[in-house]
Design a protein around this ligand. Structure first.
Ligand code: WQD
Length: 338
């Protein structure tokens, strides 16, 4: 069965391609290489021995999207990762975020609405909840006003998918990720942030390897036990496996609604300082860091209620924070050794 993975050479996309191939799917990757490199294909092949079809294509070009789906008209599903994802960057470049994250989504959906059957998995984010009222966060928690254009594109994207699914054959599953971290245990693929990492774990590993002077901890006066923000850090391989399960659910017509929503996290909240200490314990290295002012737009706490994914998808995160950090560290050392 052929499956299209947009953004398939990215961090979560590449790990999902591996898990799709492990399940016997034929994978076609679309990626414009704006935030990834074609070498990621070598990493995928090193793991699975199977080279996915790769088409370098910018989904902002409507005609290119139409042409692609004319040539690949035997597609059983689309997993849509392609999007810009830096929260801070989106504040300064809102139009590029709305164009890249929404036009591309619309052009892909316009091709799928022509089909008799269309299975669509959407890469969404816990960011749609903003600062949820209660922890852990379940799928019925209110979607609150987005704190950034990036977060808004995820909210609007979910609404677009919901609207088109009502009047077409499109069935969709919206996967709301918490904080993806780590790397495949083979360390043939992992996270490759471009420029200065925005996210905590890649900044930690780049500091530990000597690429960065010290980690800035954005605030320690939050209303949490140690004053630093709490997040749900989920291993990217666990996240990837959930995408395959969700796609199979749609292909097997086991979905009970046209659009289903699942939180993907471990259910465990970890503070910034707890992540730092976990890294130090695992690596045996002291991490240089300093407490600075809190970061605009950060929420205090977010961790998932995973009951729905556990019971309905039959999926549960198998790897914990330490294992995820260990894999991220091993990957960082490999990448810098090249
Ligand atoms: C985690 C915690 C920071 C860096 C965002 C998006 C989410 C997803 C992941 C795309 C926060 C603190 C961070 C640093 C720090 N994006 N931190 N120093 O903001 O929870 O989530 O990225 O898929 O949709 O919202 O992740 O890793 O940036 O921050 O102290 O150098 O680490 O303040 O408390 P975030 P993050």
């Amino acid at each position: 069965m052929k499956v299209v993975v947009t953004g398939g050479l990215g961090f979560i996309g590449s790990h999902t391609v591996v898990e799709l191939q492990n399940e016997g799917f034929e994978v076609v990757i679309i990626d414009n290489l704006s935030n990834s490199t074609a070498e990621v294909l070598d990493g995928i092949v090193a793991i699975t021995g199977v080279k996915p079809i790769f088409e370098k294509l910018d989904l902002r070009e409507k005609s290119a999207v139409q042409d692609f789906f004319k040539r690949h008209n035997d597609v059983h599903g689309v997993i849509h990762f392609a999007a810009s994802k830096a929260v801070g960057e989106s504040v300064g470049n809102p139009l590029s975020y709305y164009e890249n994250n929404l036009n591309t989504l619309i052009y892909v959906l316009q091709e799928l609405e022509k089909k008799e059957v269309a299975n669509f998995i959407f890469s969404s984010s816990c960011t749609v909840y903003g600062q949820a009222e209660t922890m852990p966060i379940n799928e019925n928690s209110a979607v609150q006003e987005a704190m950034s254009p990036y977060g808004n594109t995820k909210q609007i994207g979910e609404e677009i998918i919901t609207d088109i699914s009502k009047v077409s054959a499109i069935n969709a599953i919206l996967l709301r990720y918490f904080n993806p971290i780590g790397a495949h245990h083979s360390i043939n693929i992992g996270e490759l942030p471009t420029g200065v990492p925005q996210n905590l774990v890649p900044f930690i590993t780049q500091t530990a390897i000597g690429l960065r002077q010290e980690l800035m901890v954005y605030g320690d006066d939050y209303p949490t036990p140690d004053g630093t923000c709490i997040r749900d850090y989920i291993h990217v391989v666990d996240l990837a496996k959930a995408h395959v399960i969700a796609l199979q659910r749609l292909i097997n017509k086991n979905n009970v609604e046209k659009v289903e929503v699942f939180n993907l996290g471990t259910g465990v909240g970890s503070s910034v300082l707890e992540v730092i200490h976990a890294f130090e314990k695992m690596s045996g290295k002291k991490l240089p860091y300093k407490i600075v002012a809190s970061r605009e737009g950060d929420i205090t706490s977010a961790y998932a209620n995973t009951d729905k994914a556990n019971t309905i998808l039959g999926w549960k995160a198998a790897l914990n924070l330490e294992e995820a950090i260990d894999s991220a560290w091993k990957w960082e050392q490999k990448v810098r050794a090249l």
